[in-house]
Design a protein around this ligand. Sequence first.
Ligand SMILES: Cc1cc2nc3c(=O)[nH]c(=O)nc-3n(C[C@H](O)[C@H](O)[C@H](O)COP(=O)(O)OP(=O)(O)OC[C@H]3O[C@@H](n4cnc5c(N)ncnc54)[C@H](O)[C@@H]3O)c2cc1C
Length: 502
Amino acid sequence: MRRLSWRAVDRNLKRRGPSARRGVEDCSMTPNRRTLLHAGVGVTATLASATLAAQSPGSRDPRPPKASLAADAESRAAAAQDFGHIMQRQPRAVCKPRSSAEIADILRWAREQGMKVAARGQGHATYGRAMAEDGIVVDLAALASIHRIEPDRVVVDAGATWHAVLEATLAKGLVPPVLTNYLGLSVGGTLTVGGVGGASSRHGLQTDQVLALDIVTGEGVELTCSPTAHTDLFDAVRAGLAQCAIITRATLRLMHAPERVRRYLLSYPDLASLTADQRRALDEARFDQLQGAVVPDGAGGWRYQLEAGVFYDSSAPPADKALLAGLSDKHETVSDLTFGDDANAFARLEKLLRSNGQWFNPHPWLLTYLRGSNALEIASDVIAGLNSDDLGPFGRVTYYPMFTDSCRTPLLRLPDERVVFPFNLIRIPSSADKENADRQVARNRAVYDHIRSAGGVLYPVSALVMSSEDWADHFGPRWPLLREARRRHDPDGILTPGYDLL
Ligand SMILES: Cc1cc2nc3c(=O)[nH]c(=O)nc-3n(C[C@H](O)[C@H](O)[C@H](O)COP(=O)(O)OP(=O)(O)OC[C@H]3O[C@@H](n4cnc5c(N)ncnc54)[C@H](O)[C@@H]3O)c2cc1C
């Protein structure tokens, strides 16, 4: 295999003039890293490709892979941030691949160099999970095509947002059975963690809706996994925190799209009465979507609310009286929208938070699942220790019951009961105070320890420090599945260092 020497690269750059050198001279790096950085200064794209091709062991095509790499300060700074605005880890370069083959080349090259690699979807992680200090961030935002829509499935690139997926499928009268409350997340980003939404009680997580995944393993091998092919990887990649592979494409289940959604908000004086009605509504399957929250009331106290949605076609509107019978008298219909507008409702809050700057403040979120049998007790303990400043004026504690029967993803950890409660501290501080954010991250750890000791489980999109031992404890009996898949498919452990998992 021919290797480009650092001198040859340097000579080439000199010939290209000062602009080609600019991204390099301010960095003290090993020649190999320099080679990559040169690749990223744009003017040297061809050189980058040649370098990568020359250094990619097993590269099938002698021609350069033409990976688009960027090592300019702006690209690296963007990849060193996420929605959490708590962690900052600067990569050496950012790769913006246009194909799975480019990702494979980058991974093989990075492995050879001993560099870490993290995939990035829409960057909505809260604690640096899509970052790679000194490594390469593979930004999938441009790999976002919707390839094919059939009556029961859609084939999409992993960088596509759920918003784009929904828009395309709705045009054909179809929808993914489970959508997250916010659609600005990427398909790859949620399949890596689970993807829970208002319909999870009926359909499980988004990871339960996957029919097949195209992936590139940590060894740079491209393959398709499904319930019948490479099943070990299929199980290790869904909700596997990106430890074995990067997802490049997903085949996802679709169902008939409801026309409209009517939403109700029911209010309660305390958590106990909210919980009782939530359990009743769940057991009687009254609504198509059942959620709820404890929200600051603006006067230092809390509002307790049940939030429910019913799907319907305009020929048969819902019978409000029967739906709400026996539940709280304090109820109102808050919206009645097309399915698409309802699914996009979070965008209004996003717009507001972007305009008042709070979208860009630190977001030390803690997301967990409580056991149904002690959810009221544990949630009450935690809420008693909170004040509304801990959440911010637009923050909330998400709290609602869901059945676990349809949740079948092996690595998605839930308490071992038929009913569990997502219990999430959605902190949206009104200031960018770093010390406050650090305090909340430390507090998250204490709250998590309390929840864990009561049989609760972490939803791993949270902002808190987790050690390798904590992760082993988190995955419990499934830990060997993930550890073994990692050993086989990412033997040098280059993928997704942000979790500190292995
Ligand atoms: C406003 C908001 C609302 C949310 N609502 C919900 C909700 O309703 N339900 C829910 O379940 N979650 C929700 N989340 C959490 C969200 O699902 C996760 O944070 C998700 O990982 C973010 O997706 P992303 O595309 O922004 O991923 P990123 O932040 O870019 O990445 C997150 C992780 O996924 C990995 N990753 C990304 N793409 C790939 C890929 N193609 N292959 C392999 N690994 C990849 C990254 O390396 C990283 O470890 C919400 C988050 C926010 C900020």
